[in-house]
Design a protein around this ligand. Structure first.
Ligand SMILES: [Zn+2]
Length: 315
């Protein structure tokens, strides 16, 4: 079996209001612009590499922050190939008997959302693991998501100046260096238990099914952004009837969660998230089908808010 160490860079659009009256589909928020990967064999030796830039289709303007962070320019992207070609090359390159390893929880959901955007198959992605979980479990047992740079420092692996971070290929190579310091086989065996211990929030959100999403514009009252509509309008996503809901509790910075119940259609887990646009602030409300994990998470958050504990640091 091989290990595919994957890293990607993506461009971001600024949040925009979805036009409710025309139901015009808004642009996607993110679009992958670079895929970098290293293939390791069972002895963690590098057997092949993959590196490709992706020509953007949906978000043509390169976000300033992304450009500065990655060093990728619009000219470089114009030389890239389109996402479907790059991703099929990548799929072939990955081969059959392998698992994907990433640094963080974001890359694979991003890959899957871009595949769906192009109506491409997603099943081939298969098993994947966030190395942060394995790193924490096998080092100091920390619960926060650590940066790749801090893991490199922990193992005294140097970042060389000619290969800066935030380049998908360089980061995949650096991540592979960290892999060689870990017991991957054991890390994968113990993964489920350790993910839950490290990030209860991520575990809950990974298994939720989104059923509705809407954005509300904030109004500024006495210098403070307010958005009562996002918190007081709690319509059932199926029939639109007002739901009975619990209180809104803090999930993390700029994020609140609650649970609503429709007498006919059951319980829904809701998240309100503050988004900072270029000129205004928005609240994005996402409604998910509730499940036992979400219910347990919500009641834990309520207990924590009653004890006035801070929300999870990693969020
Ligand atoms: Zn209903």
């Amino acid at each position: 079996m091989n290990y595919i160490v994957l890293d990607m860079e993506w461009n971001q659009s600024y949040p925009r209001i979805i036009n409710e009256t025309t139901k015009k589909k808004s642009k996607p928020k993110n679009e992958i612009i670079e895929i970098g990967a290293v293939k390791l064999n069972e002895d963690l030796e590098c057997v092949d590499t993959f590196k490709s830039l992706v020509k953007p289709v949906y978000i043509k303007k390169l976000n300033d922050h992304v450009r500065k962070l990655t060093g990728i320019t619009a000219e470089m992207l114009s030389e890239g190939d389109y996402f479907p070609e790059v991703v099929w090359d990548f799929r072939d390159w990955c081969g059959e008997d392998r698992v994907i390893l990433t640094w963080g929880y974001d890359d694979i959901p991003m890959l899957i959302s871009c595949l769906k955007m192009y109506r491409l198959e997603t099943d081939w992605v298969g098993e994947w693991y966030n190395l942060q979980v394995i790193f924490n479990a096998q080092t100091d047992g920390g619960k926060n998501q650590r940066s790749l740079a801090s893991a490199m420092e922990y193992f005294e692996c140097g970042i060389d100046e000619e290969h800066p971070q935030h380049d998908a290929f360089n980061d995949a190579r650096y991540t592979a260096m960290v892999c060689r310091k870990l017991d991957l086989r054991r890390g994968i065996e113990e993964y489920a238990r350790n993910t839950k211990a490290m990030s209860p929030t991520a575990t809950v959100f990974m298994n939720l099914k989104e059923v509705a999403r809407r954005q509300y514009r904030c109004t500024v009252i006495n210098g403070r952004s307010q958005c009562p509509e996002a918190f007081n309008t709690n319509a059932c996503p199926v029939c639109g009837a007002p739901m009975v809901r619990g209180k809104w509790v803090r999930q993390g910075r700029g994020k609140l969660v609650s649970i609503g119940e429709c007498r006919e259609h059951g319980r829904y887990f809701m998240q309100n998230r503050l988004l900072k646009g270029k000129t205004e602030k928005l609240v994005r409300k996402t409604v998910f089908e509730s499940n036992p994990e979400a219910e347990e998470y919500y009641s834990d958050r309520i207990k924590a808010s009653e004890r006035k504990e801070p929300a999870e640091a990693a969020e």
